[in-house]
Design a protein around this ligand. Structure first.
Ligand code: FE
Ligand code: FE
Ligand code: ZN
Length: 282
């Protein structure tokens, strides 16, 4: 079965997101754990959580993906910013223990001129502080486009973070198709090759979720501007070919395309139809 959904606004709570997802034919979704620019998380609402978990079970939804605020930078040059990032990480993870099976995705960070090696060291340090063996949530490192001084542009950089973390069984990777394309990987022309490379460097067992986006820019541009599926430089056919790879079976595919709820519904419908047709044709 295809697991597909989109990024949703968390403003109305978990249950409302679940209902929105269902209304557009999605069986997973992603949300920001708090204001994407940082700030305080919403108050815990046990009734909302209970209704949401029931809805998930009834409709066989999930796993869903929680996304950390993108301003969180655990490899900043400022100790205050790093500490703030660590406290957000820790707080988000403790809240997510209430929603078992949810993934926690975050952007590894920007080294802001300190160098990739130092960035990798700081990111691993942060993870070693917050990951404990009893944690239920699996934390996902997102592959990045390499805009500015972003760490995680290459599979090797992700590998280096993984190698430095102790509770490595709590770590996975979320592959963003726009990001890997903008980082230079030929996901448009050689999706199998990209996955082979991922397997060789990181290991396919780490791949737990996909951000399904087209790209406004060209391969290797290091820009990170998402486009609607089929309207960018990767293209509908290539993205569909990619999600049909056996390694992606049953992984949550999350659209982060510039669209509203109804528009996302149309994208999901189109992708599901083509996916079903290609399944029938073997
Ligand atoms: Fe992201
Ligand atoms: Fe993404
Ligand atoms: Zn992006």
């Amino acid at each position: 079965m295809l697991k597909i959904g989109c990024h949703l606004s968390a403003a109305k709570g978990y249950w409302a997101m679940g209902r929105d997802a269902l209304s557009i034919g999605a069986n997973t979704f992603q949300f920001f754990t708090r204001n994407p620019r940082g700030g305080k998380a919403r108050a815990i609402d046990p009734e909302d959580e209970r209704k949401f978990l029931t809805l998930m079970r009834e409709h066989e939804m999930g796993p869903v993906v929680a996304h950390a605020p993108y301003t969180m930078n655990v490899c900043s040059a400022s100790e205050k910013t790093r500490e703030f990032g660590c406290s957000v990480l820790a707080d988000d993870l403790s809240r997510l223990e209430r929603l078992p099976g949810t993934y926690y995705n975050f952007h590894p960070g920007s080294h802001v001129g300190q160098g990739v090696e130092e960035g990798v060291r700081m990111i691993a340090d942060a993870l070693n502080r917050v990951l404990t063996p009893d944690l239920q949530t699996v934390v996902l490192l997102e592959t990045m486009a390499g805009k500015g001084t972003e760490v995680g542009r290459s599979f090797e950089e992700i590998r280096e973070i993984l190698d430095r973390v102790q509770c490595t069984e709590k770590l996975g990777v979320c592959l963003d198709t726009c990001h890997v394309f903008d980082a230079g990987y030929p996901i448009d022309s050689d999706p199998d090759g990209v996955l082979e490379e991922f397997d060789r460097v990181i290991g396919l067992k780490r791949l737990r979720a996909v951000h399904l986006n087209d790209s406004k820019n060209s391969r290797g541009s290091r820009k990170d501007r998402h486009e609607l599926i089929g309207e960018g430089n990767i293209g509908f056919e290539a993205l569909l070919r990619f999600i049909r790879r056996p390694a992606l079976r049953n992984l949550p595919l999350i659209l982060e395309t510039p669209n509203d709820l109804a528009g996302h519904g149309q994208e999901i419908k189109k992708i599901s139809e083509f996916w079903r047709k290609s399944e029938d044709n073997g």
